[in-house]
Design a protein around this ligand. Sequence first.
Ligand code: HEC
Ligand code: HEC
Ligand code: HEC
Ligand code: HEC
Ligand code: HEC
Ligand code: HEC
Ligand code: HEC
Length: 432
Amino acid sequence: MKFTPFSGSILHLLSFKSSPFLIIMIVSAVIMLLQSCFFNGEVALENQVIQKGNNYLVGSSACMSCHSDIYNDFIKTSHKSSTMSPSKENIRGSFDEGKNSYLFNAYDGVLMKHLDSGLYQVNFYDSKFVKAYPFDMVIGSGTRGQSYAYWVNNQLFQLPISYYTNEDAWSNSPGYQDGIANFGRVIRQQCLSCHSSNADLITDVNHNNQGFEKSSIVYGINCERCHGPGGNHVDLFTQNPVYKGGNLIVNAHNLSNQQQLDACAVCHSSNASNPTTASAFATGDTLDHSQVQTNTVKKVDVHGNQYGLLLESKCFTNVKTMTCSTCHNPHQDQANELVMFSQKCMECHLPETDKFCKMSNKIEASVLKQNCIDCHMPNTESQILNVKLDTKETNTSAVIRSHLIKVYPTKSKDISALFMQTKLDSSMLPTN
Ligand code: HEC
Ligand code: HEC
Ligand code: HEC
Ligand code: HEC
Ligand code: HEC
Ligand code: HEC
Ligand code: HEC
């Protein structure tokens, strides 16, 4: 067995002075440790019934039989995969030798290892095994990246190594100081309040957070996170399929605009929004807007402040009925459907009227119509989803769409230059 370094002299130090005995000792120590220390408690993945007042959670697969079209679309969304169980399939990063390490410095490093007992982040210091920590939970579908967490009894801790999709590489976790492996960051409420559908807290007599009720955790942002508990609704229509006296479930359509916006803003207002609010919030509630980050920060961020930015846009301030559903279908994965989104713009910015794009005298309307988005909602670097790759000197940022819809002269210049240079070659644009 050999740990193949992938580059550079630093990795030489991590080749563990190539002693096969040392490595065997390390691996057996790892396995012994794993068997003794870690309690791999079960979490409620799907289908587990969880009482909520007079109603109960039943999981999204309970909706499949009667709402099969919505369900089949929904399972492809990143909401569905925003938290997942730790399998090799769900973890996007590589466990293959040569691609499974992250080095903080010449001494401190982590190897991602697939052992008989599971998947681990194994910490080494100065070529010596320190400790192995299990991947117990995956946070993030992997569109841009993933972070991971492990349990110690009922406390959840974030692992220091995350995955960065754009470079297909392991990175340090966003917000972590570079240069040291830190396995001590407790996850209190902040991740699961936005990345899961349910996570009940254990509190002591002084209301101090003592961790999570593991069996209450429901992975993903599922039907019931947006529609409220579905137990009574399912019972009703299972027993009486033609009942017309009410649905016993939240119908977003009947809510006020602000309630509809809040149902998304609770998680899409940047992580400055209060996690206690996020976990207690149910669709139909109205947010305390003093807690929601709006116009104070205009920068784009993961944990993307889509709500705050949209609020600043003239499209929004001039149209009282605009909600997230004006452009998004919450049941579908619509990533990269720029032609479809551009059609949404043109429902208000009708072509051949003075409401249409002012560039139409310079660029043919048929070209503009393909993609309003890159010029008016440009991809912008995130300040928070910002990671250190051990192969690069400086940090790398993920890009996110700005929901501040306006004219961006520089971006437009770059993009129209592209149009002009290629003599409006439509092959450069997305096709339907
Ligand atoms: C046994 C069949 C059945 C199951 C299972 C079922 N539903 Fe429904 N659902 C219905 C029917 C029937 C309607 C339409 C009622 C109507 O037309 O007024 C409906 C309507 C809805 C509506 C729209 C409500 C409205 O007022 O327009 C929502 C939202 C909904 N269901 C969500 C869910 C969710 C979430 C689940 C899973 C937890 C689920 N349903 C499971 C039968 C079912
Ligand atoms: C419980 C928190 C929560 C709620 C409520 C919520 N979202 Fe999200 N949303 C997330 C998280 C977390 C992600 C990132 C998922 C991932 O990739 O892991 C996300 C991702 C998305 C995406 C990105 C899809 C992609 O990858 O391109 C869209 C679009 C979106 N949400 C729209 C909405 C809309 C519209 C609503 C309201 C109807 C809403 N969300 C409600 C938490 C939430
Ligand atoms: C206030 C809600 C909120 C909180 C709290 C939150 N997130 Fe997120 N997270 C989001 C949303 C929304 C997105 C989708 C990105 C966007 O909006 O552009 C996201 C995206 C991500 C992604 C990228 C997912 C992908 O597939 O691209 C990762 C990884 C992630 N979050 C991890 C975490 C971790 C770890 C924590 C806790 C330390 C956390 N998040 C806390 C709302 C939240
Ligand atoms: C991110 C939040 C979110 C998730 C997750 C979600 N929905 Fe919805 N759902 C909505 C919103 C918002 C509407 C209202 C759409 C509108 O305004 O057009 C809606 C509408 C509906 C309706 C009414 C009919 C329709 O199509 O408008 C049904 C039925 C429904 N959802 C079922 C489901 C089921 C079943 C699931 C899971 C498989 C699910 N929803 C997941 C937010 C969500
Ligand atoms: C529901 C209707 C509606 C939709 C949908 C809509 N807009 Fe607007 N938009 C407006 C209105 C109304 C204004 C204000 C017009 C004015 O000031 O004369 C506006 C203003 C704008 C402006 C000028 C902003 C400024 O700061 O000067 C741009 C650019 C724009 N919209 C682009 C878009 C794009 C791109 C989309 C699609 C992603 C879109 N709009 C979707 C209604 C809409
Ligand atoms: C005027 C149309 C419009 C409205 C309204 C709108 N969005 Fe978007 N949204 C878009 C477009 C266009 C994209 C880019 C899709 C892509 O590039 O794949 C997008 C992308 C996203 C993404 C993915 C981020 C990324 O960088 O890929 C999230 C999350 C999101 N929207 C959430 C929301 C939420 C939450 C609301 C309501 C507060 C909202 N959007 C309102 C048009 C809109
Ligand atoms: C190549 C980049 C580009 C594309 C593509 C584009 N726009 Fe524009 N748009 C601009 C620029 C630049 C301006 C400002 C023009 C000026 O003021 O001379 C503008 C102006 C506008 C305005 C008027 C803003 C104001 O100040 O009142 C609206 C509305 C608009 N665009 C909507 C759209 C819509 C809708 C689409 C898609 C059908 C679109 N644009 C496609 C670059 C673009």
